[in-house]
Design a protein around this ligand. Structure first.
Ligand SMILES: [Zn+2]
Length: 136
């Protein structure tokens, strides 16, 4: 069985105060995470305080953009055709809800290595998503 990937319309992201650096970096093909200067742990989604030690001394840092599929689901209904929602554990530690793109959806497995790729929402905002690091 094969479920070829098709690009679909992606809703524009909610732009919260402080999110600009994240999307500006994404437009350059880079993935940012917030890292705590007090306990050195990274987190996602971005917050103004550290969810581990509650320090407000958090700053953006470049992530490697690589990680592992923790779990995923293929959405087969809907006008946009099938797509894959996944939780990816970044190599920096945070778990990120995202889409797996650019691969046959039937080739996706838990535990696979993935790397970030950018997709554009309807207004052109770059959205970090992930594809398989090694295509099967
Ligand atoms: Zn912390």
């Amino acid at each position: 069985m094969a479920t070829p990937y098709h690009d679909r319309k992606i809703s524009d992201p909610a732009m919260n105060p402080g999110d600009e650096p994240y999307f500006a970096a994404a437009a350059e093909g880079r993935l940012l995470v917030k890292t705590c200067n007090a306990c050195a742990q990274a987190h996602h989604y971005p917050r103004t305080f550290c969810p581990f030690c509650w320090s407000s001394d958090v700053a953006w840092s470049d992530a490697t953009g690589t990680g592992v599929i923790y779990t995923f689901s293929i959405m087969r209904r809907g006008a946009s055709g099938p797509y894959c929602i996944a939780y990816v554990t970044l190599d920096e530690g945070p778990v990120m809800m995202t889409n797996i793109v650019d691969v046959d959806l039937d080739d996706i497995r838990i535990g696979q290595r993935v790397k970030a790729v950018m997709k554009r929402s309807e207004n052109g905002t770059a959205i970090p998503m992930f594809t398989l690091a090694e295509h099967p």
